[in-house]
Ligand binder design. Structure first.
Ligand code: GLP
Length: 244
């Protein structure tokens, strides 16, 4: 779906997610949301905060699982995804701290496999992802599923692509400070969500959006796997949709 602005797209998607949260609350059930970082989700998060503050939308029945986290960063590192999510969303909502889940950035090497397995278990035990929010990286990654990530991949440690690290360098004050590894939900984890929304804004995303939507399904562009998911919508502004 193509919108005049990212704010228009964010409003539409936030209304959909608010409806999910409210309908679950009416049934006395939780809503399980998979969330994403990056600049792209910010208008969507601002709209969720507005719905909470101005329209009384409660997040008391919401459980969240973030896609990924850099390995080697403490939670309170300014560039950790933990910090990003709290600063841009959770600190402004009535969500219970225990209902917020992100992979750990400080798990010891010997514990990574068990930590990733526990993350998968926690998603399953919560009832599975009702909704998964995605951005898209320049390499076509969703989460940190860099080129070569298999469709059946699950939560695991990944080596970050040089392009992805270069894109993150300004925020870290130089390439040397950007972590080399991350923990990410896998492609299969993401594809297990009942509903998926991928957001992209601006001309710079146009060529990778075109490749993901119109190109072949390939592990070189993990977003292309979404072509086989029955309930995915791309929310695009005119720039991101300009090559379709
Ligand atoms: C990082 C994140 C992705 C995100 C991508 C694009 O790689 N792990 O989840 O989609 O950046 O970021 P932005 O939205 O800032 O363009």
């Amino acid at each position: 779906r193509v919108f005049d602005s990212s704010d228009d797209a964010a409003r539409e998607l936030a209304a959909e997610v608010a409806e999910l949260i409210r309908s679950r609350a009416a049934e006395g059930r939780n809503a399980v949301l998979g969330l994403a970082t990056g600049n792209t989700p910010l208008p969507f998060y601002r709209e969720l905060i507005r719905l909470h503050q101005e329209e009384g939308l409660s997040f008391g029945n919401v459980i969240t699982f973030n896609l990924d986290e850099y390995l080697g960063l403490e939670r309170d590192h300014p560039e950790s995804y933990w910090t990003f999510m709290h600063r841009n969303l959770f600190d402004h909502l009535d969500i219970a701290p225990d209902n917020v889940n992100l992979p750990s950035g400080t798990v010891a090497d010997s514990e990574v496999a068990a930590h990733c397995a526990a993350y998968e278990d926690a998603i399953r035990e919560a009832g599975g992802l009702d909704f998964q929010l995605l951005g898209i990286g320049r390499t076509g990654h969703i989460g940190f599923n860099e080129p070569g990530s298999e469709k059946n991949s699950i939560t695991r440690r990944v080596h970050l692509d040089p392009v992805t690290r270069a894109d993150a360098a300004p925020a870290f004050g130089g390439l040397d400070n950007v972590p080399t590894y991350a923990i990410t939900m896998g492609c299969a984890t993401i594809l297990s969500a009942k509903r998926i929304a991928l957001l992209a804004w601006g001309d710079k995303k146009a060529s990778i959006v075109k490749a993901a939507i119109e190109g072949p399904i390939t592990d070189q562009i993990s977003a292309s796997f979404l072509q086989e998911h029955g309930n995915t919508t791309y929310f695009l502004d005119r720039g991101a949709a300009s090559l379709l």
